[in-house]
Design a protein. Structure first.
Length: 492
């Protein structure tokens, strides 16, 4: 079928033009609700509650969905939004190593309010839907098209055998880029579940001839070695690790849904959890990090699957002594504040504490969930201040209050710490992008943290050398003419 074969009446009352992405959250949300997006926004409010304050400060949430789409093989990803937003998202995605093209359907005021934008998107989908190249085409509405009510749900579900998935990921509806990963991951899982219910599906390429052993699906963008580590942990229990969600190819979704249990390693995947629950799969929170975390996680998983205690104990005993030995050989002696927007902050903090660190504060931009409750209780029982939906101000206040030996956090947190001559590490690139689970994760953080802490004297020497530079009248170059004009300053 080609775009000209069928005509779809988009809306007899075309949406009014919104003021643009600079209009503000309240204006954009109100426009979206009036344009028929209220049900979607209400679902986002349930899945990703914002808590006592506004949306935390982080990158554009849509980056999360875009990242998931670009990491999947044989998947075309198309953005619909303001050109400036598309440019920024495209730049960021390729900065983080994306090697696939980002599609873009441009619009202007006329095409937005007349419904022509939807027809342009539909035409683009038909042009892209080549089954020799793609299994799926993903279309992502950014703020302005969402607020204007561009109805991606009216796109065909399939074109030429290629699946079509349309999602709204507005900054005024999805709080963080981490949770936007869940928006697309959940949508894909829901589509795949519908395919399974409709009849036989294609065999996953990763499916082996060995049918023995139950599998455990792993939810969260974990370090690749962690999946291997977890699979080895599960061996004595007669289990093995299943696919990691978000997946790298479509057929892995079928394998994931065929699991016996789901490990919510990253606890913010609300839509994904809902799809697994609908498929009748039990969910397990927390993660196998450190001694306590590994013991509790394996025991809980075994109980959920009603496994013999002998098997559970065998799996636990095979891990704990080795993990304990690695932790003791790689101690961390430092007072730490930790914050981030990846959703894995609590399990990282647990690992740091079991390594000997004195963690005083953990801030996560994500919301508290059933799957993070156990980790939160464990941390708070050890005197850690845990803050969900933490703002930048919360993170900076923690640094000023606890005066850590090292601060781990986002870019502005790291900047603030360095201005105070406190060693600091960027959470996303230097901490979360490492093994965390089991024996492999036990010693993964000590070297980078201890090396950074050891450099504190170097920071103090630099502070002394550059004292006053970059602030007040020592900012920039003050020529005699500028000093005379303003009546202040020091010759540069």
């Amino acid at each position: 079928m080609t775009p000209s074969d069928s005509v779809i009446a988009v809306d007899s009352n075309p949406p009014k033009e919104v003021a643009g992405c600079h209009a503000g959250e309240e204006v954009m949300r109100d426009a979206a609700e009036k344009a028929g997006k209220s049900a979607q926004l209400e679902q986002y409010d349930k899945d990703y509650p914002t808590g006592p304050h506004d949306q935390p400060q982080s990158m554009c949430p849509a980056f999360g969905s875009l990242r998931v789409g670009l990491r999947m093989r044989r998947t075309a990803t198309v953005l619909s939004g303001s050109a400036c937003c598309v440019y920024g998202l495209t730049f960021t995605s390729h900065f983080y190593g994306a090697k696939r093209t980002v599609g873009y359907v441009p619009f202007d005021s006329e095409s937005l309010v007349t419904g022509k934008l939807f027809e342009d998107i539909r035409e683009a989908v038909h042009e892209l839907a080549n089954p020799d190249e793609y299994d799926a085409v993903v279309v992502i509405n950014l703020c302005v098209p969402t607020a204007s009510g561009v109805p991606l749900d009216l796109l065909p579900r399939e074109v030429n055998g290629v699946r079509v998935i349309g999602i709204d990921v507005p900054g005024f509806g999805v709080p963080t880029h981490a949770e936007a990963k869940d928006v697309l991951a959940g949508a894909m899982l829901g589509y795949a579940r519908g395919e399974i219910q409709s009849g036989p599906v294609a065999k996953p390429e990763s499916l082996t001839t060995d049918k023995t052993g139950q599998t455990v699906a792993l939810v969260g963008e974990i370090f690749p070695v962690d999946a291997i580590t977890i699979s080895r942990m599960l061996g004595p229990m007669g289990l093995k690790a299943g696919p990691v969600i978000p997946t790298r190819q479509w057929r892995e979704l079928y394998s994931a849904l065929d699991c016996s249990a789901v490990a919510m390693l990253h606890p913010f995947y609300a839509a994904t959890a809902r799809e697994f629950k609908a498929a009748g799969r039990p969910l397990v929170g927390s993660a196998p990090v450190g001694v306590d975390g590994t013991r509790d996680w394996l025991a809980h998983l075994g109980d959920v699957l009603n496994l013999p205690k002998k098997k559970i104990d065998a799996a636990i005993n095979a891990q704990l002594s080795a993990i304990r030995g690695v932790l003791e050989a790689n101690p961390i002696d430092a007072r730490i504040t930790l914050s981030g927007y990846e959703g894995s902050e609590l399990i990282v903090a647990r690992l740091l504490i079991e390594s000997g660190a004195n963690v005083r504060y953990v801030g996560s931009a994500c919301a508290k969930s059933d799957w993070s409750a156990h980790d939160c209780e464990w941390l708070e029982s050890r005197g850690v201040s845990v803050k969900f939906r933490a703002s930048l101000e919360d993170d900076l206040y923690a640094i000023d209050t606890f005066e850590p030996d090292i601060a781990i956090g986002t870019t502005p947190v790291v900047q603030h710490a360095k201005e105070l001559s406190i060693p600091s590490l960027y959470f996303t690139n230097l901490i979360s992008a490492r093994p965390l689970m089991g024996v492999a994760g036990a010693g993964s953080l000590a070297q980078v943290i201890n090396t950074a802490v050891a450099g504190r004297e170097r920071f103090r020497s630099m502070e002394s050398f550059f004292a006053g530079v970059g602030s007040g009248t020592k900012t920039g170059i003050w020529t005699p003419q500028i000093i005379e004009r303003h009546g202040m300053g020091e010759p540069g």
